[in-house]
Design a protein. Sequence first.
Length: 648
Amino acid sequence: MSSGCHDGGGGTLALAAPHIALVGAPNAGKTSVFNALTGMRGRTGNYPGVTVSRFVGTCRVGPDRYVIEDLPGTYGLRPVSPDEQIVADALDGHLDGVQRPDALLMVVDATTLRRSLGFVAQVLARGLPACLVVTFTDELTRRQGALDVDALAEALGVPVLAVVGHRRHGIAPLRELLAGWRSWPAPVLPPPVDGPERDAWVDSVLGFAGYRAAERHRTTQRIDAVLLHPLWGTLVFFAVMVLFFQTLFTLAAPLQDVVAAGFDRLAAVVAGHVGNRWLASLLGDALLGGVGSVLAFVPQIMLLFLLLALLEGVGYMSRAAFLMDRVMARAGLEGRAFVALLSSFACAIPGIMATRTLPSARDRLATMMAAPLITCSARLPVYVVLIGLLVDRSERIGPFGAQGLVMFGMYLFGAVSAMLAAWAFKKLGDHRGRLMPFYLEMPPYRVPSARSVAVTVWDSAKSFVYKCSTIIVATTIGLWLLLNLPLHSATQLQAAGVDPGDRTAVAAYTIDHSYAAGLGRLMAPVFDPLGFDWRINVGVLSAQAARETFVATLGQVAAADDPEDSGEALRGMTYTDGARAGQRVFTAPTLAALLVYFAVAMQCMATIGVIRRETGTWTWPLVAFGYLTGSAWLLAYLAKTLTVLLTG
C-alpha cells in the first residue's frame, strides 16, 4: 500500500527525486526514522510483519526532495517469506512498476549490533550507495554498552550516524547527509556474506569500533524468569488479560453511558421539535438512534487500543508471543502465525495480510482461515451490548466484575476457536510440513513513548469513527428505509387500532409491518431454533456489511419504541408474533446463542475480499464463509440448549 506523499509544503512529487529506501530488521526503529524524515505516521510495532506493506513519503532538504520508502522489516536478504522476497526484489530492481532505490539507509539497533552486521554485509554486497543509521544508542549507553560511531564508519567504509528516532535526535544531520548521497563513500571490497569469513569480519568491525554489548539488566532477567516461565508466565498472561477486560468495563462503561444518554436526549429533542414525521424518524431513529448507538462505543475502542499500545510499548507483548509460540506449535503452525493472529485482535484484515510473513503456503492458508475467529474490535460493541443485557453490572465473581469475566471468556473462546481451526486446516493441507525456526526479538522493558501511544489510540478511534461515517451510516439509512416502508395512511393506522397522533405507537406499528419485518420473518425458519426474533434476524443480516451495524439496528428499533431510554426499551423487548408472542426476547439462552454466533460467524465482506486477494481465488473465501457461518449456527444452537439446561 502506498501512502500519500508528504513534502511539508503540500507540493507534488517530482519524478526525478532520488529514491532512498530504509532497510532493517523489525524493531530496529526503522519506521520511527521514516516518520521523522517524512512527517508521516506509519504504524510501529514490536513484531515481524507489522510493516509488510509498502510505505512511501518524501523528505525535503532545502530546495530538493527525496522519495523515502520504508521497506518491510527483515533479518536477511535470503527470502523465506513473501515480505522478505519484497525486500530482496526491491533492492535488485525486480519489482514491476517500482524504481530500484538510488541509495539505502540501513537501520540497525545498537543493542543488537552483532546480529545486525550480518544483514549489513548482505546489503552492502548489493553495491548501492548506503549509509548506516544506528538507533537506540542512548539505551546502549544506559545499559553500560559502548560504541565509537566514527570508528564504526571507518571500519565499514560507509557513513554512520547515530539517531534516536522517536525523540528526533540526529534527524537534522541525517537530512543533511541525504543531500550528499551521490558522494557517499563505499567499502573498497564488499564484505563477506557467508561462513567463517563473515563471522571474522563482524568480529573485526566490532573490535575496531570499540563495541561493548549492552548488559542485560538483572531486574529484566528476574522479571523474565517469571514472565517467560511455562507455568508462571502463562498464569501471569491470563491474569493480565482478565485485568485488561475488567479495566475495559470499569473505566469505559460509565463514559459509554454518558455518550449513549446524550444521543438518547438528542433523539428525544428531535422527536419533539421536528414536525415532519419522516425527517424526525430519519434524524432521531436512524442517525442518532442507530449510528449514535455505535458511536457510544468510542470510549471502549479508545481504551482497548490504549491498553494494547501500553502493553506493546512496555515490551510485554513480545513475552506473550514467546509463550504463545508453544500453543502455535501444537496447532501445527510456527510462531510467525501468532503475529498474524495478534494483528487480528484489531481487525482480521491486517492479520490476514500479515500472513505474508509465513514462508509456508499451507501455514498462510491455515492462518487465514483462522484469523476471522479472533475477536476483532468490530465485535466489541456487540459484545458490550449483549453482555450488558445478560449480566448485571453489579454482579461480581469474587473480586472481579462478572461482565469483565464474560468478556474475557469471549476473547478466550475466539482464540481457542482460531487455534482449533488452524489445526484442522493444517491437517487437511498435510500436517507433515517441517516447522521453521521462529526468531523473535525480546525488547528491553521500556516506558512507551507518549506520542506513539497517543498516535495509535487516535488512529484507531479515527478509523472507527470513519467506519461509522461511511459503511455504517449507509447501511443504517438503508435499514431505516426497510424499517419504515411501506407507508401507512391514517386510515390504515386507525383500522389497525393505532392513534395516528401517537408517534411511538405509529413507529412501533410501522416497524412491525415493514419490509424489514417481512425479511426478518422470511429468515425465521433458519434462526427460530436459536431464539432469534425477526428484529434480531434483520440485525444479523445487516451485520454482514459490518458487525457494528447489529448494534445500530437494535438502536433504531429501541429508539422507535422509546426515544428517551432506548436501553430500557431493548431490555423489555418482546416477541411480537408466534408461539412466544409477549415473552421477553433477550433471555439468557437467546443471548448466549447470539454471543456465540457473533464470535464465530463470518460477517465482514471486506475480510472475504482480502482472502480473495491474498489467495487469488474465490474458492477459499467461500470455504471460509461456509464453514464459519455453518459452525456459528451449530455452536449457537448448542450454547442455547446448554443454557436452557443449566438455567432450568
